[in-house]
Design a protein around this ligand. Sequence first.
Ligand code: SF4
Ligand code: FES
Length: 235
Amino acid sequence: MSNVTFTIDGREVSGRAGQTILKAAEASGIYIPRLCAYKNLVPHGSCRVCSVRVNGRIQAACVQTISDGMVVENDSAEIREFRTAILDMLFVEGNHYCMFCEKSGLCELQALAYRFGITAPQYPFLNPDRPVDLSHPDVYLDHNRCILCGRCVRVSQELDHKNVFQFVDRGYRKRLQVNGEALAATRLAVTDEVTASCPTGALMRKRVGYAVPIGQRPFDAQPIGAGNLQTEDSP
Ligand code: SF4
Ligand code: FES
């Protein structure tokens, strides 16, 4: 397959024709933040955290393919500000009490907030009233922590072939729904890939939340993007 050469923040990078910017960057050791992208899933381009400026235009790095001579800005002040605003909105739109959450240190949203220096969001909290589904014996779904990234919807469909989740409504009413009365009424099994795919503490396996003590978790040791993130390793 032909080689494509382009630049990211002034550094020359090579990739394969047809590769996305995100994957070509990662193969060259350059981290581009992401939330909805997940290994072995077809990229979706919904969260926009991976936004980069490409030849002057803002594009989602997880879906935009590379081309010869392309000029990509990934770590500029403008792009950092753009991503920070997206993360801020995700925090205020839900109920994210990181200090009390068993996903702390493993949560990609929390880790991105640390990476971008977010100590308090710049927007007012919406404090929505959302349910928690504890019906399943081995897995729970806490809508308070859901950022509507869609990973679970796609992993359940594309990798587990079960279609346990879907989105309903649009705009600010959009929410995640279980395809059944509750989680217990679905074909979800604790061994399904989907139970490990959620970037936050929204979809969690029960009774293993503290198997690794807080303080010894990947993002406690080093920032997200420093070699401890799930990689975009699909062919
Ligand atoms: Fe994303 Fe998790 Fe919400 Fe599913 S439950 S949409 S994986 S945040
Ligand atoms: Fe690219 Fe979400 S990771 S849009």
